[in-house]
Design a protein around this ligand. Sequence first.
Ligand SMILES: Cc1cc2nc3c(=O)[nH]c(=O)nc-3n(C[C@H](O)[C@H](O)[C@H](O)COP(=O)(O)O)c2cc1C
Length: 170
Amino acid sequence: MPPAPWRGSLPRPRGRPFLVASDPVPTIRLVYSSAAAGGTTYSTLVDIMSQAHTRNMAQGITGILCYGSGQFLQALEGERAAVTALYHRIAVDRRHDDCQLMSVDEIESRAFPEWTMKVVNWEDGDMARRRTMLQADTGSEVFTPSAMTATQASAFLMHLAELERELAGD
Ligand SMILES: Cc1cc2nc3c(=O)[nH]c(=O)nc-3n(C[C@H](O)[C@H](O)[C@H](O)COP(=O)(O)O)c2cc1C
């Protein structure tokens, strides 16, 4: 059996999805929100992610993580066992607290296939477009993931990803 696409050693060609073929089943998407612990800043997150990308790639995890106003909203996609194990590690990480599980869905295809974890700093970007999008998706212009419904959070992350792809010219 050929190796799963994400285990290959070749870099992803620019603009091509990280995962193309249908994933082994069952594949899930998990979304949660949390609050940064005292002392955790965007730069802490950048440090966390320097290791997380490698780990996620090895585990076939893709997703997006938005940080803003001291809060996180993250979507993890991948094989159910891998996503579950990662979420258990994340949930006990002392660099954040108040982890709230918003949704777990079995999925047929990934929404963020090209990213081992896209990190978005909410406060650094095209704020006019971002606020309009947030308002349309959640009814508020303030990034407050803990107040979002699961449906709002998913819609918001999908639209945020679209905006990021557009800005990157993908
Ligand atoms: C908001 C947040 C998001 C994180 N996202 C990931 C991630 O996507 N992948 C990952 O491997 N670790 C992530 N981590 C780090 C994990 O919590 C954990 O420290 C890491 O997986 C190493 O686990 P271990 O020390 O138990 O081996 C995240 C941590 C925080 C606070």
